[in-house]
Design a protein around this ligand. Structure first.
Ligand code: 9D3
Length: 465
């Protein structure tokens, strides 16, 4: 990730960021930080960069020319996203940090004085972002805050495990209180349950503490949490049919766009898919009105919605599946032992043998830490993974290693890992894939009676995937 920061105080930004974790990442070449002094680009012979606002008013404005020339000096032909940090911006969130982290290059523009001439903003700024409703003296600290939040999402900057592993439905909750040695300090004892060694009780206590704390300190988050909890509970009456939506919410990934009785519309940012359930056609149509016209993917378990969605959006039915979910708590035996997480050096192998996804998608699954391979010595012989919306899939075993239980071992391994994370493993199997259905039942997964449909974007040219 390359950051350019346009500012009147470049040393403030560099001093703040060149230490600690971000500084180390920059030294390692994972990030580059380029703070540019806007004053270096003024054409005024006295180095002036500000002037009075037309129409009057307090204070001075930064002029268009030096800002524009500083910007032109850092950008090439490709125009990077350019973020103006301003009290008049959209409040910065973790979601925005995740969005920005996907870019290769970002420009931050830090204002001073009362602001910047609107005309240059119109020409260069793509995003207006604030860090909250309080007044600071300039945009440097906000830019540093955002760069810090974005940088830690760049692979390698932290010692990241799978992002999915840390995310869960409990992410809508604040963290529980923690204690370290000594057992007693200032007459305060560590809560007894934490010393008990009973992990079920410990988890229960921590959850209660998180809920209490969130209700008190963040009522806004608590309302969301309770709504998701209610939805999951209701869906659990038909678990085999609804497991994909239940797990989406449980793992902290779905955003509830609409929920009214049994009508439910959820958007999953990661896969870009809309999950839609409606009691009748009329309610379905109503929910379609809440979905942007350029939506590219839908999932539904109601056949009558398939037709409706195809009419209203540029999508066509992709595959029709049954769901298989593993509702037991016991881990499965893994016969074929040499299974490891894959890194990017295996992308060629995976892309060569899995044809139902683009290379780009497969690369994303690997960098997400969601792909595992079976090995014979140093040679990879098959793989499995989690799709971006959370289902198991991406399964392949090399021909010369088939019928030896490798696929069963890969799936069992992946099931066991998910059980560790507190998830309910599930998969979606094409209705006509009898061998896979057999495997699921052999491993103890339950198949849904009903089907689900994936609707995919109609592409002008059908490329791979
Ligand atoms: C009199 C109008 N003021 C707006 C409230 C002018 C003004 C005050 C402070 C203009 C700029 C600033 C400096 N702040 C930032 O540049 C800034 C900021 C902030 O003050 N709070 C939260 N987020 C941000 S992002 C940039």
């Amino acid at each position: 990730m390359r950051f350019h920061i346009l500012t009147l105080f470049p040393e403030m930004v560099m001093n703040g960021l060149n230490t600690s974790i971000i500084g180390r990442a920059a030294a390692q070449g994972l990030l580059s930080l380029n703070a540019v002094n806007i004053r270096d680009y003024t054409l005024d012979k006295h180095g002036k960069v500000d002037d009075y606002p037309y129409g009057g008013g307090a204070g001075m404005l930064m002029q268009a020319q030096p800002v524009y020339d500083a910007y032109q000096a850092v950008v090439g032909k490709e125009k990077p996203r350019t973020i103006y940090v301003t009290p008049q911006g959209t409040p910065f969130t973790q979601k925005m940090a995740e969005e920005f982290a996907k870019e290769e290059e970002l420009v931050f523009l830090c204002g001073h004085y009362e602001g910047i001439d609107e005309r240059v903003l119109e020409e260069i700024v793509t995003d207006y972002v604030s860090i909250g409703d309080y007044v600071l003296t300039g945009g440097e600290l906000p830019a540093m805050v955002m760069i810090d939040a974005i940088s830690r999402l760049v692979p390698g900057v932290l010692n990241n495990e799978v992002s999915a592993e840390t995310e869960s439905f409990h992410n809508d909750l604040l963290e529980y209180p923690q204690y370290s040695r000594p057992e007693e300090w200032h007459g305060k004892k560590v809560p007894q349950v934490l010393l008990s060694g009973n992990h079920k009780n410990i988890n229960q206590w921590r959850l209660e503490q998180s809920e209490e704390r969130t209700a008190k300190r963040r009522p806004d988050l608590y309302v969301k949490y309770q709504e998701k909890k209610r939805i999951i509970k209701k869906l659990s009456r038909k678990k085999r049919e609804n497991i994909h939506i239940m797990e989406l919410l449980f793992r902290g990934n779905g955003e509830v766009l609409y929920h009214e009785g049994d009508n439910l519309l959820i958007f999953d940012r990661k896969s870009g898919a809309y999950f839609i359930t409606a009691v009748d056609l009329e309610q379905g149509e109503k929910m379609c009105g809440l979905i942007p016209a350029d939506a590219e993917m839908f999932v539904t378990s109601q056949e009558f919605l398939v037709e409706l969605l195809c009419e209203q959006f540029r999508v066509r039915p992709g595959i029709q599946c049954v769901q298989a979910c593993y509702t037991r708590k016991e881990t499965l035996p893994v016969k074929y032992k040499d299974i490891r997480k894959l890194d990017e050096s295996f992308l060629d192998y995976v892309a060569e043998h899995y044809h139902r996804g683009t290379r780009e998608y497969l690369k994303e699954r690997i960098t997400d830490g969601a792909m595992y391979g079976a090995f014979d010595g140093e040679r990879i012989i098959g793989f499995i993974g989690l799709h971006d919306e959370g289902s198991m899939g991406l399964l392949y075993v090399q021909e010369d290693y088939r019928l030896q239980g490798v696929a069963a071992s890969l799936e069992s391994f992946l099931i066991n890992r998910q059980l560790e994370w507190g998830w309910t493993p599930y998969g979606q199997i094409s209705v006509d894939n009898e061998p896979s259905k057999k495997l699921q039942e052999k491993l103890g997964l339950y198949l849904s009676a009903g089907n689900i449909w994936w609707l995919e974007q109609i592409r002008p040219l059908s490329g791979q995937g």
